[in-house]
Write a protein that binds this ligand. Sequence first.
Ligand SMILES: *[C@@H]1O[C@H](CO)[C@@H](O)[C@H](O)[C@H]1NC(C)=O
Ligand SMILES: *[C@@H]1O[C@H](CO)[C@@H](O)[C@H](O)[C@H]1NC(C)=O
Length: 464
Amino acid sequence: MSRRRVVVQSCIVLVACLTWAKCATGKGSLQRGDSAGGAPPPSTGGAGGEAVVLWWTPFTGIMGQSRNCGLGSCFFTEDRSYLHNKRLKAVLFYGSDFSIEDLPLPRQSRHWWGLLHEESPKNQPLFDHQPVLQLFNITSTFRRGSNFPLTLQHLKSIEALTSTREFVPTKEKNHLLGKESLAPVVYVQSDCDTPAQRDKYVSELAKYIKIDSYGACLHNRDLPAHLQDPAGTYNHGDFRALVAKYKFAIAIENAGCDDYITEKLWRPLTLGTVPVYWGSPTVRDWEPNPHSVIVVSDFQTPKELAVFLHRLLENDTLYESYLKHKLNQEVTNAYLLETMEKRRWGIDNDFEKGNFIEHFECHVCDQVLTRHSGGRSKANPGEFQADLSHYGCPEPETVLGEDEEARNFWVEQWNKARVEAQVLHRLVSLPPKRFTPDEFFDAVIPELQRDGFFQRFPPEHEEL
Ligand SMILES: *[C@@H]1O[C@H](CO)[C@@H](O)[C@H](O)[C@H]1NC(C)=O
Ligand SMILES: *[C@@H]1O[C@H](CO)[C@@H](O)[C@H](O)[C@H]1NC(C)=O
């Protein structure tokens, strides 16, 4: 139980951060109370007025705001009374807050459902499954297959990859290995219980190569006092300077899913520390140059990886072949360059470009206006329906590729969600198209039984 609560709490913190980011980048206009003046009255409003886009999960703190989005203007709100407004076109959900207990039912077929979920599959396993993704008409996730991809949400710019401002040259790194008795590898992680079970891998690797671990996980070295507050520390210049001194940084995502790539990869890459990466199987599509990243799954065992790292430690030429983005200041990956070029939003409170939340809202607005203005509504019914390529993460695997634990919480969650997704799809789609949480769980239990779920994951006593 406590584990579940931890998951929920971390989501809340994330949402709070995003909401804050939104408020902080809003040029002063994104505030409660904006609904005064210009807002369509909640449940009336005739044709020809603005399309309404409603955030069902409270998210932006905006009760009403009109914004022009290229193809036209939409009215964005978090006020749920707009659910019955004739001009409502889209209902948006933030993934971590999506809850079967609180849905806008019965669903109107003319209402699009939109999903924004840049977070890890760890947070909401329902989106790993087709029947739930199919409920959405428009998506924005870390995956390139979503309608408004956020894949590079942790990379500020191409210049950040080539800049040598924080880069520590190899000679100096070699010197530091001796002088400050730094290990060749750094690990900084405080989320120790993850689907990937990265700590198990890292402690295995540590048998063969020295690793300095500053976070709560496998902790063996302290951060300076002023860096010990985990929030806000990771972007601190002094923290970045510390990581930059290391030759290698462990970059293991909390879960493995196509295109799920976080600052764990981009921080070392922008610092000129070579990442030792596990996570997205597509990571090679995104590295600045061929061989900028050491990919854990290229090695049979942690020991084999350690042997390879030692080879690089002994040969500076070989080591530096991983740092072309810093040493030659070149990025040759055309796909990466093109994707960054096309990106309209910024990160780290980029006031000029705006953040991806606002841009996603406008993307929805433009799509809704395009869709509803033409007579194409029956042309291609599947056109606006999400599928696995929009999120769809596979059953969790561990970095070691095996699970010695008899019971893996994350695998269990994923499989439970697989069955729940089918039931949810059915209850939302078939009359009466509405249900109570109890009705939902009553429908799920026999399906779990039929599925063999309880044989694979026998209920624990405390849960009975
Ligand atoms: C170091 O690596 C380079 C590049 O792979 C290689 O050409 C060179 O022979 C290596 N040097 C030694 C001493 O192994
Ligand atoms: C939106 O998704 C729902 C649920 O899958 C679907 O019934 C509806 O046809 C979709 N709308 C469009 C315009 O494709």
